[in-house]
Design a binder for this molecule. Structure first.
Ligand code: PLP
Length: 376
């Protein structure tokens, strides 16, 4: 599409050209990273370079990085390890946490999507000691940033042995990640949310944590994750991690454009609402609710205009069920089915944001009765 506008970076991101180049080079080569010959050693070197690069992004030592097939696998590995014991998770976690087939207790959030501290403390004080608490660093639908370090410290002060996991998929490349500063024991990352390839991710573990090995077979990844390494994917992930560190400044710019966009949308339709607006958010995400205009209608209208956005998480788009995340934040069913997610990234230009503002405001003027535009 010649003038296509892609604003769905929280679903997946375009590869950066340098990532593509590193992967193309790896695909052009042969070699199992476990083989001892020169080909194998070259593949191994690609994997270990990537490990250093991902470790630098997370602020950890390379031996704390285990490559996986993505964040779904990383999340599942941690949660399943603690199956049968008490596990607390944030109410707005991704399906890759919520749908894991283990018993989970939801920690309520407030209307901005932040963990409700009083409710959290009460959960820590009642019932058996939790074995694991999983709280995402950044929400995929709203961009809301949870104070993971504060919550982890609070939990560990009450229960010394509790393990903390954080799904940091939507934080990587968008805000600085300092794993030791989060006071977490495990953290999940995914390459394709940060200009890397789909189907590769990582689990970061604090020193001394138990093995949460999930795949069994060969001795790859220090016996943490069996299976021949996806060398090209891992190499691309590493390059993406390296570039993400340098690219953080672009997110300042995205924040300026986002502010301009949100102001323009509210001026054009005073009845619209932005979820998570009162909380710290990543600079690239807006959850925009226009009551009276179903997200499905908005998505299709904008798609015809060449604008790619999403409603809620990618996993539930297409089904158009009310967003579970927004409902946990107190949204009505109508609000939770009338919300779009606009998410920008490394290759977004100001003209993309301007095109969205123009098409969205024209759509609202065309499709929504005057009374609804003005009342929330
Ligand atoms: N966690 C969050 C917050 C996500 O946004 C996603 C992707 O949508 C995932 C986990 C799943 O990641 P992956 O696609 O690498 O399995």
């Amino acid at each position: 599409m010649a003038d296509a506008v892609y604003l769905d970076y929280n679903a997946t991101t375009p590869l950066k050209p340098a990532v593509y180049d590193v992967m193309a080079e790896a695909f052009g080569d042969v070699g199992n990273a476990s083989a001892v010959h020169a080909y194998g050693r070259r593949a191994r070197s690609r994997v270990e370079t990537a490990r250093e690069q991902v470790a630098a992004l997370a602020g950890v030592h390379a031996n704390q990085v285990t490559f996986t097939s993505g964040a779904t696998e990383s999340n599942n590995a941690v949660l399943k390890h603690f199956a049968g014991r008490r596990i607390l998770i944030g109410a707005t976690e991704h399906n890759a946490i919520c749908n894991c087939p283990v018993d989970l207790e939801l920690i309520p959030v407030d209307q901005d999507g932040l963990i409700n501290i009083d409710a959290f403390e009460k959960m820590l004080e009642t019932g058996p000691a939790p074995a694991l608490i999983s709280i995402m660093l950044v929400n995929n639908e709203t961009g809301v940033i949870q104070p993971v370090a504060k919550l982890a410290k609070l939990a560990k002060a009450k229960h010394r042995d509790v393990f903390i996991h954080s799904d940091a998929v939507q934080a990587a490349g968008r805000i600085k990640i300092d794993f030791p500063g989060l006071y977490a024991d495990f953290m999940s990352l995914s390459a394709h949310k940060m200009a890397g390839p789909q189907g590769v991710g990582a689990l970061i573990c604090a020193p001394g944590t138990p093995s949460v090995a999930f795949m069994h077979g060969g001795g790859q990844e220090k016996r943490q994750r069996a299976g021949t390494e996806n060398v090209a994917g891992i190499a691309g992930f590493g390059k993406a991690a390296e570039l993400a560190i340098a690219d953080m400044a672009h997110y300042q710019q995205l924040g300026v454009w986002r502010e301009k966009m949100e102001r323009a949308l509210k001026e054009a339709a005073p009845g619209c609402k932005i979820f998570g607006e009162g909380a710290p958010r990543t600079a690239n995400t807006t959850a925009l609710c226009m009551p009276g205009l179903p997200a499905q209608t908005q998505l299709m209208t904008l798609d015809l205009a060449g604008i790619a956005i999403s409603s809620g998480s990618a996993c539930s788009s297409g089904t158009f069920k009310p967003s579970r995340v927004l409902q946990a934040m107190g949204a009505s069913e109508e609000e939770a089915t009338s919300t779009l997610r606009i998410s920008s990234g490394w290759n977004t230009k100001e003209s993309d944001i301007d095109a969205f503002i123009d098409h969205w405001t024209a759509m609202v003027r065309r499709l929504l009765p005057q009374s609804e535009k003005e009342s929330a």
